[in-house]
Structure formats: C-alpha cells, structure tokens
Write a protein that binds this ligand. Structure first.
Ligand SMILES: C[S@@+](CC[C@H](N)C(=O)[O-])C[C@H]1O[C@@H](n2cnc3c(N)ncnc32)[C@H](O)[C@@H]1O
Length: 200
C-alpha cells in the first residue's frame, strides 16, 4: 500500500505511517521518545544547515527516530555512507536500516556515547546532530554527553541539538564551549530552537 501523507504546519507532506509509529512509541516510552510527532521539515533543514558536507569524517546523529533530520542531512549533501545513527528504539532502528541502507545504524543508549561508538568511529567526526529529549536527563548527564561528543569531533565542528524548551539544553556558563542558537522555529509542532555547541 502506498505511504499516505498529511499536511501539518509545513508545506511538504509528512509520512502518516511515521506519525503513527511515533505516537505509538510515545505511548510506550513517553520520556525517551520525547515528542508525539517527528520533526517538521523546517526544523530538520535548520539542523542540517549547521553541518558542512565538505568537512570530511563521519556525521553522527543521536536519536534519529524515523529519520526526518537524517533525510535533511542527505538532502544537504551528506553522503549517507558517512552517517552513524545511534537510536534506542529497535523499531526505529529497523526502519532506519531500510531507509538509509548505506548508513551505520547502532541500537544503543546515546548517553553511553563513547562505548556505543568505540568500535565504529575510526576518524574524528565532522558533526554530531542530536534529537535526544535532553530535558528528561539531569544537567550533569547532559553536560557529560556534550563533553563526550565534543571529544569525538574535529576542532570547531558542531554539536547540534534542538529543543522545544525556552531555555538552552546546556547551561550558558559552560566553560570552554561556544554556544549559538537559531531563531525560534514556529513552523514546527511544537515550536523549537536549535542550539549549536563547539569547543571554544
Ligand atoms: C524527540 S525524538 C526525535 C526524533 C527525530 N530526531 C526527529 O527529529 O523527529 C527523540 C528520539 O531519540 C530517541 N532516544 C531517546 N533517548 C535515547 C537514548 N538514550 N539513546 C538513543 N536514542 C534515544 C528516541 O527513541 C527518539 O527516536
């Protein structure tokens, strides 16, 4: 049966099947799913724009879900073979393997990043892009994840994180790290903001 589609706040169709998968996942694991719907295209594109496709090395995505940001990264020029996708939910992992056969999909807890990527990442990464619902974790866990991610990245490479919250996912006064934020993206349900962190 062809994939049905529906329109929400964005001009482009969303996959109805993905909406259903997401809502199911949210009912089963509300805290780790962190949203009732996949990110819209405007948010996904905004995240992808912070990645420079010409910078060599793997591009790591944490919590890719059904893959809207992954799709935006590929559309932005990132070779799918460079993608390393770390996702907790086995149903989403299976879906991602089908959709991005050239990518490396790892079913793991992204908060154990070094262990999850130890046997996979042989070069410094060009970017880490995260859709993890960070606010379900204490600040020290978020900060440790950022530190682990920055240690995997090339100097100056971005850690890109979106949030629905009005406050940054990592407290502002975090020594040695530069932070920048996008405008609030209203064309998303719920509206979101993208935060980018780099080693200072
Ligand atoms: C808010 S959704 C974002 C999904 C997708 N990036 C998007 O923008 O639509 C969060 C995703 O992170 C995954 N996730 C949550 N906690 C995780 C963890 N500790 N390790 C890996 N993935 C996790 C969830 O299964 C879900 O797919």
């Amino acid at each position: 049966m062809p994939t049905q589609s529906l329109r929400l706040v964005d001009k482009k169709p969303l996959r109805f099947d993905d909406e259903v998968r997401f809502i199911r996942s949210w009912f089963e694991r509300p805290l780790s799913t962190g949203a009732v719907a996949p990110s819209g295209r405007v948010l996904a594109r905004t995240m992808a724009r912070y990645v420079e496709p010409e910078v060599p090395g793997p591009v790591v995505e944490l919590g890719p879900g059904t893959g809207p940001v992954t799709e935006a990264l590929v559309a932005h020029g990132v070779d799918p073979a460079r993608l390393v996708l770390v996702e907790f939910n086995p149903v989403f992992c299976q879906l991602l393997r089908g959709r991005f056969p050239a990518a490396t999909v790892i079913q793991a807890d992204a908060y154990g990043l070094r262990r999850a990527l130890a046997s996979v990442l042989r070069k410094p990464a060009a970017a880490v892009v995260s859709g993890l619902p960070m606010f379900t974790k204490p600040v020290r866990t978020r900060v440790r994840l950022l530190r682990d991610a920055l240690a995997l990245l090339l100097p100056g490479a971005p850690f890109v994180q979106f949030t629905y919250a009005v406050v940054p996912p990592i407290p502002n006064a975090f020594a040695g790290v530069q932070a920048e934020a996008s405008e609030r993206i209203w064309m998303n349900l719920p509206p979101a903001r993208v935060w980018v962190y780099r080693k200072g």
